[in-house]
Ligand binder design. Structure first.
Ligand code: CS2
Length: 488
């Protein structure tokens, strides 16, 4: 089959860019051009180019593996977005990516693209762990290997903060105005958090540069949402079937999509609102809602569901016991939020439950379970603290934490083992010599920078976590879930 390389003679009925991609220059460099970016921001940009035009195509940067560059460059950046709904799959070809630079192969090209005066926005989806930010202190994490390496050799950075600071320095030195930095990772106050990391890194190298960044660089916060499983061979086979072209860069996603963005773009932006993005003055309430309800329930169901033998989120939702615990978790998380005008949290939860049930999406619990130590604080521990301080129900959060602790043992009840895939994997493994629930829970809560003292020093909290963990260990996961339901 012919490879997707142009929009000429595409299969009829396939939605394609309503603009000529090659007529639009690139104005955005995006770090971390994985499946999520291609199913989310690149789609909003595709809509914006169609509606508002402008030189706003995206130069993607793949930071670790050159695979995305090798898939997309021979296709001139074109790829298929498959939307999976209950009623079937539909395809759309996206034209907003102009190409992808593989940072490991061509690091100089990444720096040149970010320094280019035509680049007015640098956006990021690099996962929580890639930043190297100490979230407690609010500056760089001096134990993060790329932070320390990039501080020593700032001219050849490999981490994201090093790249941002080095290219901003070059722009300042050449009299090129700064770009706007848009963090699109699932982190609370993601713009402010990244700003603190960038400023701290810059100050360690050149205090005047830090002052310039402080004054000139905007870091709007954003809340991003679209369930996007990792693409598989089936994704590519379905894309070929739908568009009658071989597409190595196809991605699949759900119908729902949400992007809430803080309106702070001094050097301009695409008209992302054409694709449905919502521009607001304060993103924080939206971020908290999404992180605590959607992502919190996701993490809980990933640990409990994976341990209970469920491969996909939809299988978890078909398990009545777990589905009830998921709803319980969402309701408890909603109770920790201040009311938001225009948002009915009951409706939000109902629509989320439907999204999780989507039978057409193969979203792996194992994918969500990854990097737990990076996800737990904002998803589970913050609402847990709120609940504890306000005399609300802490049990659902204690349950999620106990499920994560049980998952940390790296083996299921049937003896099958699995890799944790967590930056603190070896530290967690070292805790496994503690075999009773109390000791295990205590040492895991002492992992560096993870549990706030207000939780780990609270007897009420620790008793709840320990008793659930004890049941998971002694009764086995399936029985413990049923017992939890009786309690909750
Ligand atoms: C998930 C998210 O993998 C995970 O941790 O919770 O990727 C989730 O699917 C997205 O945030 C949905 O917008």
């Amino acid at each position: 089959m012919k490879r997707l390389t142009s929009l000429d003679d595409m299969a009829s009925g396939i939605r394609q860019p309503k603009y000529q991609p090659s007529c639009h220059g690139s104005g955005i460099v995006h770090l971390g051009v994985g499946a999520f970016h291609r199913a989310h921001q690149a789609v909003y940009t595709d809509d914006a180019l169609a509606a508002g035009g402008g030189d706003w195509r995206i130069t993607g940067v793949s930071l670790r593996s050159p695979a995305v560059a090798d898939a997309l460059n021979p296709q001139n950046g074109l790829y298929t977005l498959i939307k999976r709904c209950d009623g079937g799959s539909s395809a759309r070809v996206i034209g907003s990516l102009s190409g992808v630079i593989a940072a490991t192969r061509e690091p100089g090209k990444v720096i040149d693209a970010m320094t280019d005066a035509r680049t007015r926005i640098v956006s990021l989806t690099v996962t929580e762990k890639a930043y190297g930010i100490d979230r407690v202190v609010g500056g760089v994490d001096m134990t993060h290997p790329t932070i320390t390496a990039d501080l020593l050799k700032p001219k050849t950075p490999s981490g994201v903060i090093g790249l941002l600071v080095t290219t901003l320095r070059r722009r300042r030195d050449r009299g090129i105005p700064a770009f706007t930095i848009v963090c699109c990772d699932n982190l609370p106050d993601n713009g402010a958090l990244l700003r603190a990391g960038v400023l701290d890194f810059a100050r360690r190298l050149d205090p005047k540069l830090a002052d310039w960044i402080e004054a000139d660089v905007a870091f709007p916060s954003t809340m991003v949402d679209r369930i996007t499983p990792a693409p598989t061979d089936r994704t590519r086979a379905d894309a070929a079937c739908l568009i009658r072209r071989d597409d190595h860069g196809a991605v699949e996603t759900e119908a729902f999509s949400q992007w809430v963005v803080e309106e702070r773009f001094p050097s301009g932006r695409p008209s992302w609102e054409s694709g449905g993005a919502l521009f607001v003055d304060d993103v924080a309430p939206y971020e908290r809602m999404k992180l605590r309800i959607l992502n919190g329930a996701h993490s809980m169901l990933a640990y409990a569901g994976y341990l209970n033998g469920h491969t996909y989120v939809r299988d978890v939702m078909a398990d009545e016991t777990l589905a009830t615990l998921v709803r319980r978790h969402m309701l408890a998380a909603a109770d920790t939020l201040a009311p938001m005008s225009g948002i009915d949290l009951t409706d939000y939860i109902e629509s989320l439950l439907k999204r999780f049930q989507n039978p057409a999406i193969d979203h792996e619990t194992y994918q969500i379970a990854m990097d737990g130590t990076e996800k737990l604080p904002q998803r589970i521990l913050e609402p847990a603290m709120h609940a504890l301080e306000h005399g609300q129900d802490i049990r659902p959060f204690a349950f999620a934490v106990a499920a994560w602790m049980r998952y940390g043992l790296g083996r299921k009840d049937d003896g099958k083992t699995y890799a944790l895939r967590d930056p603190l994997e070896s530290e967690i493994a070292a805790c496994r010599r503690n075999t009773n629930a109390r000791d295990l829970a205590t040492v895991l809560q002492m992992l560096p920078g993870l549990f706030p003292a207000r939780l780990s020093e609270s007897r009420i909290w620790c008793d709840a976590v320990e008793s659930i963990l004890d049941s998971l260990l002694k009764d086995g996961v399936t029985a413990a879930l049923r017992l939890e339901l009786d309690k909750g």
